[in-house]
Ligand binder design. Structure first.
Ligand SMILES: [Zn+2]
Length: 344
């Protein structure tokens, strides 16, 4: 079969690889109908050291179950499924607490040990706990939004939850990538009255405004902090959704949170020590967040998608086939595309 392999920074190729197959009795084999490129895939695209073997990319997908191992009980051949970016057994203490990303038998797709989903097919460990089986026939027009439930919509929701977005509160979203845009959707859903987007790309800002952003701040650093404070009576916002992962974004996040507020960070951190620990301490600002338990959130978000109340699939603005994946990385990296969908 063919799959997307990253060999180093800027070096993504579509290669012929051994067919994905069942390895454990709890595995399922899924034929990919749609996958996508994630903002977090751009970190290795910028800085991965060159390797001979490469890394099989992709952790967001929907598809059809092709075969299942002997111990798979609930997922069946022919099921149409969402594959969340982390696999989990669905039965351990953390899964029961809704934190599937800490599953004792869990892990992530697109790593050395578990090849990714920007491919024709993928092996899914812990199939019963991992895969979310979609009900019945699904409208083609909903595919993009369903795909976002594998990561970005769940992640934006997690940012809002961990930033403690509340009805009538104020929120700021740092980052106008797909996760930030989904964070806007989530903040609005949870009732934030004012949603300030910190972003600089006109196309993304326009989408954020349609999703519910009430204000836009395009300055950076100290100027951005001053501007958000100005918009909020000098105090800052109750909830900050940090959707970037860079140190300066985190520092901005802490400095625009009002006393007693919270930061929900979902951007993979690219800093060794958390910036802003002193203002966070004196302001009693909670710093929360981490990898979103996207699997757990599907239950809550899926009806919203099926009934058309939210349309996170609008973050996709480019469709490629498998051969177009390397150019998809380039386009996202150069901010030419917000988010790229891959149809193998
Ligand atoms: Zn578990």
């Amino acid at each position: 079969m063919r799959a997307t392999v990253m060999f180093g920074a800027g070096d993504v190729r579509v290669e012929k690889v051994p067919d994905a197959r069942l390895m454990e009795p709890t595995d399922a084999l899924v034929t990919i109908t749609r996958a996508s490129i994630c903002g977090s895939d751009l970190w290795p695209y910028k800085d991965m050291a060159q390797t001979q073997t490469g890394r099989r990319m992709g952790h967001e997908a929907i598809g059809v179950v092709e075969s299942v191992g002997s111990e798979v009980r609930t997922v069946r051949v022919g099921d149409f499924v969402i594959m969340p970016f982390a696999f989990s057994d669905g039965t351990c203490v953390f899964c029961h607490e809704g934190l599937n990303t800490s599953c004792v038998h869990g892990g992530f797709f697109g790593t050395e040990s578990v090849p990714g989903a920007q491919a024709e097919a993928v092996r899914v460990p812990q199939a019963d706990g991992t895969l979310y089986v979609l009900p019945g026939r699904t409208d083609e027009a909903l595919m993009a939004s369903l795909l976002t439930l594998s990561d970005v919509m769940g992640t934006g929701h997690h940012a809002a939850i961990t930033a403690r977005v509340r009805r009538g509160g104020t929120a700021a979203v740092i980052g106008d990538g797909a996760v930030g845009l989904c964070g806007v959707i989530a903040a609005r859903r949870l009732g934030a009255e004012r949603i300030i987007l910190l972003g600089r790309h006109p196309d993304r800002i326009a989408l954020a405004e349609q999703f519910g952003a009430t204000d836009v701040v395009s300055e950076r650093g100290a100027e951005a902090i001053a501007r958000v404070r100005e918009l909020t009576g000098g105090f800052g916002v109750h909830s900050v959704l940090e959707c970037v992962g860079a140190g300066d974004a985190m520092l901005t996040a802490v400095n625009i949170a009002r006393a007693g507020g919270a930061v929900g960070r979902v951007g993979v951190p690219h800093y060794a020590a958390t910036p802003g620990s002193e203002p966070a301490f004196y302001g009693n600002i909670g710093i929360n967040g981490g990898p979103a338990p996207a699997r757990a959130y599907i239950e809550e978000l899926l009806p919203e998608v099926l009934e058309g109340r939210i349309e996170p699939g609008r973050v996709f603005d480019r469709l490629v086939d498998l051969d177009g994946t390397p150019d998809g990385y380039r386009a996202m990296n150069e901010r030419e595309a917000i988010k790229v969908m891959v149809k193998p």
